[in-house]
Design a protein around this ligand. Structure first.
Ligand SMILES: CCCCCCCC/C=C\CCCCCCCCCCC/C=C/C(=O)SCCNC(=O)CCNC(=O)[C@H](O)C(C)(C)COP(=O)(O)OP(=O)(O)OC[C@H]1O[C@@H](n2cnc3c(N)ncnc32)[C@H](O)[C@@H]1OP(=O)(O)O
Ligand SMILES: Cc1cc2nc3c(=O)[nH]c(=O)nc-3n(C[C@H](O)[C@H](O)[C@H](O)COP(=O)(O)OP(=O)(O)OC[C@H]3O[C@@H](n4cnc5c(N)ncnc54)[C@H](O)[C@@H]3O)c2cc1C
Length: 678
């Protein structure tokens, strides 16, 4: 049956070519084609799009929107089935790595495979020697072993140097003895560990000849490759149900304890340091920080995933805001679409703009990561500190804004947003741990702050800042200049925006550095000033996102109306931040309150410009209905009949009279009848 497009009128209003924008969003025509083909393949194949569960009626299929009604054990088994099926598809159809990654993405269920491919393999690549890569990578790529990343412990996560697990070298047998000396040293959280992984990269304190050399990674086999039982000395299991139904519960985050488990010496990852047969500890000439390299990789990847998650929420909220009507009916006519309310626009459109901004900064970060890792291969470590600070900061900024943005989109959908069938509660529950994993977002901003303080302190020594901190080279100008905006439209100039963000970031960093210099003990000062340092770090990160959006616009972007739309979105992103943090811009003396008001005035005008294009800008994300998993975000906008239909699928509606009526409701009703008779 042909479906009616309830959003057709909205789509007719678009002032740009949506198909061309889809390519800009995807990054290239080829990336678009791969994503488009794989997302449809997943949506159209019931083995990938449905959840099959054994129940008293035999095997029953459930759609994605129904996932939150299903029990964890069954969901987990279904995820194993999907992963095996996906893997077979990848092998049978010889999918490229890009296609395989897209397949995992569109299947859209957190699973052990994420840890295996997203953290375990990168850790071996980053910390293994050539021989170790040769031995372990083929096994991992063929999934003959499945691995996880066992760093965090019950007692320590953020403080990696505080981990307690020990790896003590025994020269008599040429082995390491891996041990969990305390309850708090139990590994706790690693994804894929609980029920699936056969191997783990275990972070442990390396001890030789009674000396503690700090943390290092070790490859440890956990389970038998025959019957999957834990090997002797290993206690392993799942840590329990997590936030939200469905959500992240398809992942087996695990707990792991070692009781003097022996592994061969060559299973210590030895790129950063080696232990010789006779127990000598030898430090390589590569920096110790390479132990943390896989975290840099994953943080970088999480930025693009942030734009993906935010775009889903924004797509749902935008389409629904165009369908939903409240108030203002005149002479029996239709009510106003809620998307026409300026308050709705001022909450929704900055998120739409943020999704695009995060896409472009993610693209750039991927390039930067590749560039630095190529240098690392050639033993050039000069750009590693900048890469660490940038990936940490941008991961922190984008994941926080995305988690908050998803929740805002839920509210933008009013009451219906609270229903699981809107897709938003589960999206939030799946997404929000990204603010914690791969580094707590505040802890990461403090890393950025350390980098900024170092940069400021080095300015006086004449060291020229480059890359993302090149702007600090203009410190004299940036400390003194004032905004020259005289009217609202002056805020449309990229140079006006850029200077505002550069001046604010510089002044906040310099103010922190000046306050720090008043402390005799710099570490004490850093702790005391941490809240200000976090704000300065955020200002620097926002500058990076804004400047990468502006740089994107300097590229040749073909397609009817595309550049104009992106210019509007870029200004919305920047001016929304300026409005939100206008206290920073005022206090640092770069703008006057009048110029702040001009920015807000311009922002409102930009919302009006986006309004006719909003639905099409959300369409440009090219999300299938399957991927969105949301009745409110359906492409055709046919929300009400589908919501009504879905309600009847809830298990509570299987019978008119609920279970428990006879025991708990009937006696109450009877009691009231008796009371009434009295
Ligand atoms: C279905 C089939 C499909 C098949 C599909 C096939 C293809 C699929 C392909 C790909 C799929 C990819 C999927 C990816 C998806 C991703 C999923 C993500 C899952 C997430 C799982 C989560 C994992 C985790 O959470 S792992 C644990 C993370 N833990 C942390 O982040 C801990 C945070 N703490 C720290 O990092 C550190 O403790 C610290 C940085 C806070 C402090 O470090 P420390 O050494 O104690 O102290 P400090 O003095 O501050 O630092 C010393 C110097 O080191 C510098 N530095 C610190 N960190 C780094 C670094 N990472 N890199 C470089 N340098 C670093 C620091 O700046 C200091 O330098 P200085 O010069 O001395 O000042
Ligand atoms: C879903 C999920 C999946 C995960 N997957 C893995 C995995 O695969 N492998 C793995 O090893 N780990 C994994 N983790 C663990 C994760 O990496 C840690 O939870 C994370 O690094 C934060 O550490 P923590 O839990 O110790 O938080 P804590 O450090 O205890 O944070 C608690 C609070 O203290 C604050 N805080 C901590 N230190 C400071 C400081 N120096 N200054 C100011 N404030 C501070 C934080 O901001 C936070 O508010 C996962 C976690 C989750 C939730």
């Amino acid at each position: 049956m042909e479906s009616i497009d309830y959003l057709a009128e909205e789509r007719k209003k678009a002032e740009f070519n949506v198909d061309e924008m889809k390519i800009v969003w995807a990054g290239s025509r080829r990336a678009f084609e791969v994503s488009d083909y794989i997302s449809k393949l997943v949506a159209d194949d019931p083995d990938l799009s449905f959840i099959f569960i054994e129940c008293h009626r035999g095997i029953q299929g459930f759609s994605k929107e129904e996932r939150t009604m299903l029990p964890r054990k069954e969901l987990f088994k279904n995820t194993l089935r999907k992963s095996a099926y996906s893997w077979k598809h990848i092998i049978d159809h010889q999918l490229s790595e890009e296609e395989a990654e897209r397949l995992r993405y569109f299947v859209d269920e957190p699973a052990f495979i994420d840890s295996h491919l997203g953290v375990f393999i990168p850790a071996i690549k980053g910390q293994g020697t050539k021989e170790q890569l040769k031995k372990w990578l083929p096994l991992a790529y063929k999934m003959q072993i499945i691995g996880c990343y066992a760093q965090t412990e019950l007692g320590h996560g953020s403080n990696v140097q505080g981990l307690e697990t020990t790896a003590t070298f025994d020269p008599r047998t040429d082995e390491f003895v891996i041990h969990s000396p305390t309850l708090t040293s139990s590994k706790w959280w690693p994804g894929g560990l609980g029920k699936v992984s056969t191997h783990a990269i275990v972070y442990a304190r390396l001890i030789t000849d009674g000396k503690d050399h700090g943390i290092n990674g070790f490859i440890v086999q956990l389970r038998s490759l025959e019957d999957h039982k834990p090997l002797p000395g290993i206690t392993v299991g799942d840590i329990g149900t997590k936030f939200g139904n469905g959500a992240y519960n398809t992942m087996d985050n695990g707990v792991l304890r070692f009781d003097h488990v022996r592994i061969p010496r060559d299973q210590m990852l030895m790129r950063v340091a080696q232990v010789t047969k006779d127990g000598k500890y030898v430090q390589s000439d590569v920096p110790r920080q390479l132990l943390y390299e896989s975290m840099v990789y994953t943080r970088q990847a999480l930025v693009t995933y942030a734009s993906g998650a935010l775009s889903r929420a924004v797509c749902i909220a935008t389409r629904y805001s165009a369908v939903r009507r409240q108030f203002g009916s005149q002479n029996g006519g239709q009510e106003i679409q809620v998307i026409d309310y300026k308050t709705q626009q001022s909450r929704l459109f900055p998120l739409l703009a943020s999704a695009y901004a995060f896409r472009f900064v993610g693209e750039w970060l991927k390039w930067f990561y590749t560039d630095v890792t190529q240098r690392l291969q050639a033993n050039d470590f000069s750009t590693l500190p900048e890469l660490h600070a940038t990936t940490a900061g941008i991961k922190s900024l984008t994941t926080t804004a995305t988690a908050d943005g998803i929740e805002e989109c839920r509210k933008l959908c009013g009451g219906h947003g609270y229903l699981c069938s809107s897709g938003l509660p589960e999206l939030y529950a799946v997404y929000v741990p990204a603010c914690t994993f791969e580094g707590d977002n505040v802890v990461l901003l403090l890393q950025v702050a350390r980098f900024l303080m170092k940069t400021v302190s080095q300015l006086s020594s004449g060291k020229k800042p480059t890359g993302t901190i090149a702007y600090m080279g203009k410190i004299e100008h940036l400390m003194q200049c004032r905004s020259d905006v005289e009217q609202a439209k002056d805020w449309l100039k990229p140079s006006a925006i850029l200077e505002a963000f550069e001046a604010r970031a510089t002044r906040m960093s310099v103010a922190c550095a000046q306050s720090l210099s008043k402390f005799d003990n710099p570490e004490e000062g850093f702790q005391e000033l941490a809240p200000d340092l976090v704000e300065a770090a955020l200002a620097h990160c926002q500058l990076i996102v804004v400047s990468k959006f502006i740089e994107k616009l300097q590229q040749d972007i073909p397609g009817e109306g595309i550049k104009q739309q992106l210019e509007v979105l870029c200004c919305i992103y920047a001016l929304f931040l300026l409005h939100k943090h206008h206290g920073d811009f005022l206090v640092t003396g770069y703008i006057t309150s009048k110029q702040g008001l001009f920015a807000n005035e311009q922002l409102r005008a930009l919302y009006t410009q986006v309004r006719p294009n909003a639905v099409s800008l959300a369409d440009a994300f090219n999300h299938t209905d399957h991927f969105l998993g949301s009745i409110l975000g359906r492409y055709d906008g046919n929300v009400y009949p589908k919501l009504y239909e879905a309600a009847w699928k809830d298990p509570l509606n299987e019978s008119d009279v609920p279970d428990g009526f006879d025991e708990y409701i009937r006696p109450l009703l009877k009691q009231q009848l008796q009371t009434a008779r009295l």
